[in-house]
Design a protein around this ligand. Structure first.
Ligand SMILES: NC(=O)c1ccc[n+]([C@@H]2O[C@H](COP(=O)([O-])OP(=O)(O)OC[C@H]3O[C@@H](n4cnc5c(N)ncnc54)[C@H](OP(=O)(O)O)[C@@H]3O)[C@@H](O)[C@H]2O)c1
Length: 169
């Protein structure tokens, strides 16, 4: 089961402002990422991102929503929303549910948890033409060194650039 990371970032490598605001993310990117979620059949987010966009983006309808959390206090009644305790367990569940791949969409802590365990196969970044200065990093608090191979890049509307990397393992 492949694990693909998909994130909107600023030109200085941040995914949110200090106060957690991601409202600068363009609609152009939203369309791209909705397409990827549909193909994957699932979406994986950290508990903080899920809470921030609950009843807005989440739960995403008609796909499995895997929420990474150490807590078991979040249970909801929708059968497509699953609270999961580890990245490995998410991969196992995605396999069982027949998903095409695991699509991880943040935030920074969740991305780091998958990277630290060497579980990420590919990374898509939508680089936005702006600098946030300070805030939440693409990978929060990591000390690992990871090499990437550039597979493709394309120019999107509104000055966005999409980079597609393979993680060298
Ligand atoms: N630009 C973008 O494309 C984009 C995309 C997504 C999110 N964001 C932004 O990212 C920010 C949130 O990022 P964040 O780093 O603060 O939080 P996050 O990754 O969304 O959530 C962190 C939480 O995930 C759970 N978690 C992480 N690693 C885990 C592990 N190994 N095992 C079990 N649970 C684990 C923990 O939940 P518990 O505390 O419940 O145990 C942890 O507190 C928001 O501001 C959001 O807007 C931006």
């Amino acid at each position: 089961m492949r694990v693909i990371l998909y994130l909107a970032i600023s030109a200085d490598g941040l995914i949110a402002k200090k106060d957690g605001d991601s409202d600068w993310v363009s609609e152009v990117d939203a369309e791209e990422f909705e397409r990827k979620i549909k193909v994957a059949g699932c979406v994986t987010v950290g508990r903080k991102t899920y809470k921030q966009y609950l009843n807005d983006i989440f739960p995403v309808k008609e796909v499995y929503n895997f929420i990474l959390t150490k807590s078991s206090e979040n249970q909801r009644k929708e059968s497509n929303v699953l609270f999961v305790k580890s990245p490995q367990e998410i991969i196992k569940l995605a396999e069982e549910k027949g998903c095409k791949y695991v699509l991880v969409i943040g935030g920074g802590e969740t991305n780091a948890s998958f990277l630290k365990e060497n579980l990420i196969d590919e990374i898509f970044l939508s680089v936005h033409p702006l600098i946030l200065g300070s805030g939440i990093h693409l990978f929060q608090d990591i000390e690992t060194f990871t090499k990437l191979e550039l597979l493709a890049y394309k120019k999107l509307k509104e000055g966005l650039v999409q980079l597609h990397y393979k993680v060298i393992k």
